[in-house]
Design a protein around this ligand. Structure first.
Ligand code: C5P
Length: 222
């Protein structure tokens, strides 16, 4: 049964990987499946929100009642977010945005010749940090996938990117995270006194974790 926790609220979510073109047939990307972001979109919709899901290339069904915008590269994703962010109440950056892209995406297929080749990479825009830096930003939630020192890195990101909340997980454990059905998370946020608080979400299906993240956000947002 649907619930009105987020009635009248617009939640914008990024999900999946991005693809950064090298030439017309090749790209750089990562192993993100998009499942966590799609689970968040489904849960947010069930909790009564209007949901815009901005998805990089992934093979997943759009959750019922969710508006999906498909994108390819980090720059495409940044532009799609810009178009809808002004009236967003909550932004969740769940996408595994490629940190770098080839400086030049050549228009013709690169031919095999030399034994070594160099591709110059340039940094992509940080979509999450840009949203959090807006005047009157939405309640902005980030994700941190780490292989070690998970909570420390997440705390650093919460502060550096000026997030309202961050969900951190250990991707060195293949039972959870990236291509798994399950996840386990540490949520970190800043309380009214400015102190960073944290809580643990035990290993569970991504759908369960998604709902817990949203309920927690609703609690600390108000
Ligand atoms: O700094 P790092 O990439 O680990 O931060 C992860 C968080 O930042 C995730 O929430 C991810 O969606 C977001 N991000 C982004 N744009 C980037 C890089 C990361 O929105 N270019």
């Amino acid at each position: 049964p649907s619930e009105a926790l987020f009635a009248g609220q617009h939640i914008v979510i990024t999900a999946g990987p991005t693809r950064e073109a090298i030439d017309p047939v090749r790209y750089l990307s990562n192993h993100s499946s998009g499942r966590m972001g799609f689970a968040l979109a489904a849960a947010a919709q069930q909790l009564g929100a209007q949901v815009t899901l901005i998805a990089g290339p992934c093979q997943l069904t759009t959750p019922a009642g969710v508006k999906r915008v498909d994108v390819v590269s980090a720059n495409d994703m940044a532009n799609a977010v810009d178009e809808v962010i002004a009236d967003a109440d909550i932004f969740i950056g769940c996408a595994a945005v490629a940190d770098y892209r080839p400086e030049i995406a050549v228009t013709q297929k690169i031919k095999k010749s030399q034994d070594t080749m160099h591709i110059e990479l340039v940094k992509n825009p940080d979509i999450l940090a840009k949203v959090a830096a807006r005047d009157n930003p939405p309640f902005t939630i980030g994700f941190a996938a780490e292989t070690h020192d998970v909570v420390n890195y997440a705390r650093g990101k919460l502060e550096r990117k000026h997030l309202a909340m961050i969900a951190a997980n250990d991707v060195s454990n293949s039972d959870i995270g990236f291509n798994s059905d399950d996840n386990a998370m540490t949520l970190l946020w800043r309380d009214n006194a400015g102190e960073i608080q944290q809580t643990q979400l035990a290993r569970a299906a991504k759908q369960t974790i998604a709902e817990q993240i949203l309920r927690h956000a609703a609690q600390i947002k108000n």
